[in-house]
Design a protein. Sequence first.
Lengths: 432, 72
Amino acid sequence: MSDDGLLTEFTATIEFDTYEDIRAALFDPNLSRSFDKRSYEEGNIRSGIVSIAHGAVHRARRRVENTQFRADVLRLYERDLFPRVMNELLDVLIDRERVDLFPIGEMLSVVLAARRAGIEYDAASLDDLRTLVRHVDAFSQGSAILDAKDPDAVRALVRATYAEFERDFVRPAWATRAALIERARRGELSEEELPHDILTILLLHRDDPQMALEDDARIVREVATYLQGGTHTSAQTLVNALDLVFETGDEYPRTIDRIVSDTLFAQRVVQETLRLRPTTPKMKRRAEADTEVAGRKIPKDAVVVLDVVAANRDQRLFGADPERFDPDRTIDGSVQRWGLSFGGGPHQCPGRAVGGGFPVPADFSAEDDHVFGLVALELQAVARRGVRPDETAAPERDLRTARFTRWLHYPVRFTSLPGARPVEDDLRRALG
Amino acid sequence: MSAAQVTVDPDLCIGSAECVRILPSGFQIDESRGVSVPQPAVSAAVLELLADVVRSCPTGAVRVVDAQGNAL
């Protein structure tokens, strides 16, 4: 370890690449995500956030924050709020035949991610949504700092973005929520009447010392974490799903037709995409103490690399042709169709069902209370609008990171366009 | 029917509610503590679903012992 708390030199580098071994590593309590033990002021832009918290603080935060991901909340978002917002937004954003799909995916996802995070923005303003997407892009670079090509530039960008985000989006929402919580504590409101979002529950529980939220800036960073997590993976998965569909060449129109007519198939496309294109292809863990995983001894301060791409292509679990994009593949019910792309163990992605939905039953049937996931609905919506590849423009990957599954631009064509409509009226009706 | 013994370690549980999703009659979240609590009906659940619960719990907090005394 370096003297200042940033772990840059390791006692060993140990890699796992099978499904079972990676799963065992993800469950090992001695392996953490804390590579940087410095404070925020000393340069750790992720200081204190749930994603890198460990042990009791992590458990306390997750117990509180997981309340925002209950099945009834997911159904409310998926069946009521999101279809309305999504279709109104798509009518506005797909305003010409050729468009860039990636920012559209970000705009769709950031609307509900902002609502869940608990920040306030002008519901009638595309500018506000675009600003939030810009912030998410900065926070996404911060969340991938272990794979950043220029970490110092990322740190500077993220610090500046936190300040802007706090001033413009968090503080106004904070003031509103603090006043409501005060009224609830005086008995003028029930807790049920308070907003249901991450910022509100953090403010409600910040006096619990186990939450380690005495510093206001930690709350800002936690809210930013949920905004980023709820936006970035969904937007990238939407684009990756279409990229995989288009890669099937002559087959793709038939696949698009199936997506249009069958939501459970659309969900399988999304989960197959997550398997083949995990947002974090190689997860990393740091040994907080000497430990042993799958018979291999791991010394304290070793870095453990988990090759999720390899594990997700294990022939024993995913069939003889695991490299192929096949949303209809048969997979044993004990394995998730997305493999290990949402991680596992205590740090498993809390929003996995938001984007990817509930596990698809092995017999491809869905109960009435099934959750399909927002990305499946987004995919179906763009398919219904006649999405096609744009042969005149090349997609552009995000080369600021070593993570190969990330895009910056993805040009597509649409064969079905809505008539010209007043943007502000549409958004006000959809979001207001 | 399993007649299984089912426990949730409240120190490990983080309230992900995977158990509630798989077996809604068998588990409930105690929202005051944010942890899962097994319900009386859980001991009658089929072992296949209980095995799914054990596998899906992200913290290994759920422990199931079948009628023969074997841990799932």
